[in-house]
Design a protein around this ligand. Sequence first.
Ligand SMILES: C[S@@+](CC[C@H](N)C(=O)[O-])C[C@H]1O[C@@H](n2cnc3c(N)ncnc32)[C@H](O)[C@@H]1O
Length: 209
Amino acid sequence: MGLLEKYIKQCRKPSGGLGRFIGRSMNFGHSGIRCWGIGHVSIKPAGYILDVGCGGGKAVSELASSCPYGKVFGIDYSEDMVELSKKVNRKYIAKGIVEILHGSVSSLPFKDNFFDLVTAFETYYFWPDLINDLKEIKRVLKPGGKLLLVNEVYKDDKFEKRNSKWVEMLNMHYHSPGEYNEFLKKAGYHIVEINNNPKKNWIAAVAQK
Ligand SMILES: C[S@@+](CC[C@H](N)C(=O)[O-])C[C@H]1O[C@@H](n2cnc3c(N)ncnc32)[C@H](O)[C@@H]1O
């Protein structure tokens, strides 16, 4: 396996030294899309928020800075990302407003109706059972709570060629805006908005329980 392929394959579940490097790179490299994505929801200063597939933990810190009276949880199935996220968020963890957990989107260690907002940046492509995983997120959302899915790749003819090689390498599933609409509805959500940036091939979908 070449270095590029090794690097790309790590995005699915970053681990070891290379994984930690990738986690830190994503903290930096995803800042533009994170900022654009978060702009599609309002953050309650005393809200309860979960970031699924939190990777290097930068989204958790950014959410926590807007949520000083609430609590932000991050969860990731890579133990190395959990450790990195804990490091990146140590200031907020010490204040008691952030908690990072090891676990999968398919079985979230939270009670029903707990969160005001669940975010997922650049991770849904890898979930093992999309509809059931979205239903699991819906379970932990409060009635009226929102899910924000933000991704820097969506299915679009213009980008098909550019993306196809690494989409295949990562065995990731990705969708068109119309398909987001369908799968979110199938999982039982009301669609609030599906925004895409055709120049960048970015997408932010907001759905409500
Ligand atoms: C491409 S990285 C994105 C990380 C971070 N959200 C960001 O935007 O920088 C995908 C992350 O999702 C995590 N992940 C993938 N599948 C997961 C699952 N089934 N449950 C929990 N985390 C998962 C990976 O371990 C990885 O940290």
